[in-house]
Each structure stands twice: as C-alpha cells, then as structure tokens.
Design a protein around this ligand. Structure first.
Ligand SMILES: Nc1ncnc2c1ncn2[C@@H]1O[C@H](COP(=O)(O)OP(=O)(O)O)[C@@H](O)[C@H]1O
Ligand SMILES: [Mg+2]
Length: 214
C-alpha cells in the first residue's frame, strides 16, 4: 500500500481536483481509498454527486481526526490511499496527513504572486514531518497552466533553485476539470469539451507517481 497526501495551505490550488482525479485513475491498479481530510469535505461532496451510471471508482471516507489519519498507514487491503489535505498550514491535521504519507504532492497555480513563499511554507511543513517520517517524498504539481505562458517554466526554475522537486507533468487550465467536478465525476468519466486532454494529464501524473513509488 502507498499513501499519497495532497497538501498546500492555500485553498483553490487544486488539492481536491488532484485527489479525486488521481484516486480514480490509480484505482485501476487495485483497491483504492480516497480520504477527505478537509473539514469542508469537498472531495466527499464531489464523489457523492456521481450520477448513478457513473459511480466513483474508488472507496471514499472523511477523516478529520489527526490520530485517525496517521493510523491510515495500518489499513489493510488497499493498493493506494489518496488523502485530500486540509487547507491549513502547520495544523495537526496537515502534519498527520504528512506523517501518514509515502508521497506528498503540492499543487501550485503558476499565477500566484506569493508563489515562492507559499511553496516554501509548505516545504517547511513537509521537512518538519520528515523528522517523524524520514522516507517521505514530495514534489510540486504545476496546475492550471495557461497554454503559451512562460510562468510554468519560471516556477520550475525557482523550485529547482530551492531544490524542491517538480513533476514533469503539468495540468492545463481546462473547463473539463471544472465541468467534471460539477457533474460529480473524475475527468476520465467526463465527456464534455476537452475531457480527453485533461484525462491524459491525469494519467501522465499517475504514471509518474507509480514510477516514483515503485
Ligand atoms: N487544471 C484546472 N483547470 C481548471 N480549473 C481547475 C483546475 N484545477 C482546479 N480547478 C478549479 O479551481 C477551483 C479550486 O480547485 P480545488 O481542487 O477545489 O482546490 P483546493 O482543494 O486546493 O481548494 C475549483 O473550482 C476547480 O474546479
Ligand atoms: Mg479542497
């Protein structure tokens, strides 16, 4: 079993989008559990909206107790556990999500002005958690990329300078991610405009994750 936590203290960067879509994709490998550790429960809300003919392909559960979150490591019978982290820096819940994880994914949107300070703050949390979880891996996911802009490259360079790993896969800003969420499905099940491109990006990230955790 591998545990992935999606964390960033900032809201609106794509934590829930990443968690719901990744868990659905990784569920192809075997039993998968999506854990909603955000008290706002938007991940659970999303998958509960699923139409009857397109049920969410992974199990899901809300866990907002830090102790319970850390004990997810002891669960049996899952290939993947994907945790949608809480939007609070340095909270016991975020720390628990990091202590429980094999891999932390930090989604960022390249347009944020305070991007570096934001990522550094998250990286500090990750490094602090590494005292209790020395084998924790982490990497940044550049999300909501506007095609043709140079910001993603600048983000990549800045991260590299700070020795923060960045996934090669980037997720484009696409109405497919929004439309899929509205419908209550992962983009792989969505058939609205541009769904294929978004689904391919989800698949590419899942593939990178499999390689990192192999
Ligand atoms: N790649 C993307 N393209 C377009 N919209 C996106 C993308 N990723 C996230 N969004 C949208 O941005 C908003 C915030 O995303 P969400 O996953 O809820 O962030 P968080 O969980 O970090 O608060 C949502 O409306 C979501 O649909
Ligand atoms: Mg969220």
């Amino acid at each position: 079993m591998s545990v992935i936590s999606i964390v960033n203290q900032k809201g609106g960067v794509g934590k829930t989008t990443a968690a719901v879509n990744l868990a659905a994709e990784l569920a192809q490998d075997g039993p998968t559990l999506l854990v909603d550790a955000d008290p706002q429960a938007s991940a659970v809300g999303w998958v509960m909206r699923a139409p009857e003919n397109k049920p969410y392909p992974a199990e899901f559960r809300a866990v907002t107790d830090p102790g319970q979150l850390e004990r997810l490591r002891e669960l049996d019978g899952y290939r993947w556990v994907v945790i949608d982290g809480p939007p609070a820096l340095g909270s016991p819940l975020m720390e628990a999500a990091l202590v429980a994880a094999d891999l932390a994914i930090i989604p960022v949107t390249p347009s944020a002005i305070d991007l570096m300070s934001m990522v550094e703050a998250t990286a500090v949390s990750v490094r602090r958690a590494m005292r209790r979880n020395p084998s924790l891996l982490y990497a940044v996911l550049i999300n909501r990329v506007v095609t043709g802009t140079t910001m993603p490259l600048k983000v990549r360079e800045a991260m590299t300078q700070e020795q923060i790993p960045v996934f090669a896969t980037e997720w484009t800003s696409s109405t497919a991610f929004v439309g899929a969420a509205e419908l209550g499905v992962p983009v792989q099940f969505y058939r609205g405009w541009n769904w294929r491109a978004a689904a391919r990006e989800v698949e590419a990230l899942a593939q990178e994750i499999r390689e990192v955790l192999a």
